[in-house]
Design a protein around this ligand. Structure first.
Ligand SMILES: [Cu+2]
Length: 133
């Protein structure tokens, strides 16, 4: 069976490869991300009633954090006041199912809370981007 399938696959490859030439789909869209750096990724934080999970998340410069309200109450994502990053994270009121995302462009610690439930705290730790591991 292999002896019949293999040539078929190779033949397909020969037909398909030339069609792929000349594509420019790899052009980086974010000018802040140099080609030598790793590909930015999106990290998810779940908002439940009473907590952010995980409460502390570590990301790299260029990465995005996506918060999803998986609770039954409205919540917000707001940078802590009286902190250098105040005003950075500033979501609208997130109803159940709503999401909020933010792309971090500078290293540092970003503590935040829920404006509606001030006892809900979270923290994003952003470290410098580097070459692929
Ligand atoms: Cu809340």
């Amino acid at each position: 069976m292999l002896s019949k399938v293999l040539p078929a696959i190779l033949g397909l490859g020969l037909l398909v490869l030339p069609a792929c030439g000349g594509g420019s789909a790899t052009t980086p869209r974010d000018p802040q991300v140099r080609p030598s750096e790793r590909t930015p990724t999106t990290h998810e934080v779940s908002i439940v009633d009473g907590a952010f999970e995980p409460a502390t998340i570590k990301v790299k410069v260029g990465d995005t954090v996506l918060w999803t309200n998986n609770g039954e109450l409205p919540h917000t994502v707001d940078s802590d006041h009286n902190h250098p990053t105040e005003g950075t994270l500033d979501s609208d009121i997130l109803m159940p199912g709503d999401t909020y995302s933010f792309t971090f462009t500078a290293a540092g610690a970003y503590p935040y809370h829920c404006d509606i439930h001030p006892h809900m705290h979270g923290r994003v730790i952003v470290s410098a981007n580097g070459p692929p591991a």
